[in-house]
Structure formats: C-alpha cells, structure tokens
Design a protein around this ligand. Structure first.
Ligand SMILES: Nc1ncnc2c1ncn2[C@@H]1O[C@H](COP(=O)(O)OP(=O)(O)OP(=O)(O)O)[C@@H](O)[C@H]1O
Ligand SMILES: [Mg+2]
Length: 395
C-alpha cells in the first residue's frame, strides 16, 4: 500500500548521490596498522548500505572520511562526480547529513533551533526555514505544535533520535551518514525508529551509509551489507538475501549465526503479506451494531478506533454488552502495533508478547490498516524454509 506524500515538498523528495571510495587508507599517527587499509567501495545512489563488523575494525573511521571529519591518508572519495577530497571540508559537511548515537543535539537550543541550524548557516529564507522545521517534524512523526519549542532534555531518547534525523535532513542533503544511530535506545523504540527510517527512505531515496554492530538491523535496513574485518577489509559486500543464503566464509557465517531461515523473516515486510480485517468499532459508536458486525465475520473481539482511525484497545463481545462501553474508551498503553514497514519478525515478537494470535497493523499517522495473523507468519516461514532448502548448498 502506498502512503500519501502530499505534505512533502518537491525538494524533500530529491534523491541521493553515488559514493565511491577508491583505495582509501587511514593511518593514525603512531599506529602500526592502518585503521582503514586500502578500501574500495561503491555505494549506489539512493541505497542504504550497512557497514557491519567487530568493534575497532574501522567502521567509524571509514564513515567519517566521507564527510572529512577525518582526513584520509591516501585514496580518493567521490560523491556523485565530485572528488570530495578536494572540497572545502566545512562546506562539504553542510551537504552531508550526519546522525550519531544519542543524537548529539545542542542542549541549550530548542528543537526548532537544532533542526534549522544548517539551513541558517546556508542562509536559506527565514519563513521557508520555519515551514521546513514543521515539515521535518511531521516527517519524523512528531507533532510540530507540541515539540517545536521544547528543549532536548524534555524529550525521550527515541524522540531525540528522531530530531537528530530531522536535523540531518534539514538541508536536504543527498547523502546521510548514520553511525549506530539507534544503538542507545530500548529494543521497541529501536524497532520503531528503524521502521520510520524505512518509511522515510521510500519518500526520500537518499544515499545512506549506516554503521551497526547488529546484524539483524543490517538485514532489516540494508539494500546491501558490507561485512568488515580489521582494517575495514571488506569480507563480503552483497544483498542481505545473498549474505544469508551464501555467506562468503566462516567469519561471515559467524555473523549470520544459526537459524538463517528464521532470520529470513526479517527480510519479509508486513506489507508483503496478506492483511486480514479485524472486527472494528469506533469510539462513541453503537455497541450492539459493533457486536452484530463482529458476529457476522465470526470474531470474538473488536479493535476500537478513535476519530483518526488510530487503534485504542481490544474489547471482547462481552465487554461490548455493557451499555456505554464504547463511549469513553481509554487507550490501552500495552497495545502493541506494527507498521507496514515492520518485518514479520517484529510482528511475531509482538504476537508472542501479547495474548492475541493477531497483531494490529498501522500506517501513516498510526491509522489502522488491518491485522497480521499468526497463520500468515507460519505460512511465510514455511515458504522461506522451502526456498532455503532449494538454494545451492554453501561450501
Ligand atoms: N584518533 C585516533 N587515534 C588513533 N587511533 C584511532 C583513533 N580513532 C580510532 N583509532 C583506532 O582505529 C581503529 C578503528 O577505529 P574505529 O573507531 O573506526 O572503529 P569502529 O569499527 O567504528 O569501532 P566501534 O564498533 O567500536 O565503534 C581502532 O583500532 C581504533 O583504536
Ligand atoms: Mg565506531
């Protein structure tokens, strides 16, 4: 299902640029071994490339050479057709978005000031900058009216991370560098932020270089994954599907780990499987009508939606027998939902922690889309297993 993009300006939809590293080496003073040793890597325009590898293997150094936070000792780096090793480093950085763990927001500046920092440095028009701040807040799923004037300390970790992404996108750079951006948040927030990044990328088509320790995150987000060894040596550079089915060697196999078939669930999105309709009721609706509708399709529970179609809580038919039970329905804070961009793995997780054999799926602005059933996930898993058995054996 495609999501509306009408609130997004033309400029936000600009695509990414190819990045090419050609024989790039970084030797820190006094170090025997090069931190990054003669790396050649092409990152296609508009793709998300994940750099995965053990601590100290040179991921951050590789990434920081792209925006020249670190100067390469030798080699060349191109963005589009520009040799950026020749560009003024400060100017270059204003055209490359950069997101780090903990967001790196300026604590004494409001959310709006944090986001508009780079556009102001680029001397963009003031009224356009203010519109742009609101547009970016919408894009990262935060209500501008509520968050524009807050300070970073008044935000949760996940919200700060969203502002970090908004700030990186502010000047509409073709390239986004993300260094373990979601490393410091809890697993549920992390999953949401990943889903949001995927949704954003569908609209923006930036070229994104994303560093992570987490192989599952790499499989979920990456169009391609580069598995790195010490010295940023590329052991395998391929699509997640190929790395899972044909790991290049034991080192890669170690990353992939056991249960590669199960991990393939991480490759299938909720939007790729059939959604089912739950019985739904509206806050303030008629209880008897809701019961009749649910019975007509053989359901024992209904999902109650608010005026914006956002799921609030499940009610049983017995709950609905109480007159007025739909009048003031409070949102169930334990109600977990997944988005269209979530993986089947995420959906399965939610099902295993809730008692229902279904999980509610939401789309843009958290509006209800349908449900995924556990049977759907089982079917998908069987298909993936069969496909993996058919694949050539790995030697
Ligand atoms: N400023 C520096 N001076 C000297 N050596 C450095 C410097 N920065 C990094 N290194 C070394 O270079 C190597 C690569 O570091 P880098 O930060 O790129 O690794 P990384 O893959 O990002 O690790 P992590 O996953 O822990 O973030 C490491 O051995 C590190 O000790
Ligand atoms: Mg690092």
């Amino acid at each position: 299902m495609s999501e509306p993009t009408s609130t997004t300006s033309e400029s936000t939809r600009a695509g990414g640029a190819r990045i090419l590293l050609e024989g790039v080496t970084k030797r820190y003073p006094g170090q025997e071994r090069a931190a990054v040793d003669n790396v050649t890597l092409e990152i296609p325009a508009g793709e998300i490339v994940m750099l995965v590898g053990p601590s100290g293997c040179g991921k951050t150094t590789t990434m920081k050479m792209i925006n020249r936070l670190i100067e390469p000792t030798s080699g060349r780096i191109f963005i589009g057709d520009d040799d950026v090793t020749d560009r003024n480093a400060d100017q270059l950085r204003r055209h490359i978005g950069y997101v780090i763990q903990g967001a790196g927001l300026f604590p004494h500046m409001t959310v709006a000031d944090n986001i508009s920092l780079v556009p102001k440095l680029l001397k963009r028009d003031k009224s356009r900058i203010s519109d742009r701040v609101d547009e970016l807040l919408e894009l990262v799923n935060l209500d501008p009216g509520q968050y524009r004037d807050r300070y970073p300390r008044e935000l949760s970790g996940g919200q700060q991370q969203r502002i970090g992404v908004a700030r990186a996108l502010a000047a509409d750079p073709p390239v986004l560098l993300m260094d373990e951006p979601f490393g410091a948040v809890d697993p549920i927030t992390r999953q949401r932020l990943q889903d949001e990044l995927l949704r954003l990328q569908e609209e923006l088509h930036k070229t994104i270089v994303f560093v992570t320790h987490d192989f599952d995150e790499a499989v979920k987000l990456g169009d391609r994954i580069a598995i790195l060894q010490v010295g940023s040596e590329i052991v395998q550079y391929d699509t997640p599907e190929r790395i899972l089915s044909h790991p290049a060697d034991d080192f890669v196999r170690g990353f992939v780990g056991h249960g590669a078939a199960l991990k393939q669930l991480t490759l299938t999105r909720v939007r790729d499987v059939e959604l089912h309709d739950a019985a739904v009721a509206q806050v303030g609706g008629d209880e008897q009508a809701a019961i009749a509708d649910a019975r007509a399709i053989g359901r024992e529970h209904v999902i109650v939606l608010d005026a914006q179609q956002r799921p609030q809580r499940w009610l049983s038919l017995r709950d609905l027998e109480r007159p007025g039970s739909l009048r003031a329905v409070e949102r169930d804070h334990d109600l977990e939902t997944v988005s269209l961009a979530s993986t089947l793995n995420d959906a399965l997780d939610e099902m295993l922690t809730a008692s229902h054999g279904v999980v509610v799926v939401t789309g843009r602005r958290n509006a209800y889309q349908g449900v995924v059933r556990v049977e759907t996930i089982m079917d998908a898993m069987n298909e993936l297993r069969a496909a993996a058995d058919d694949a050539e054996p790995v030697v």
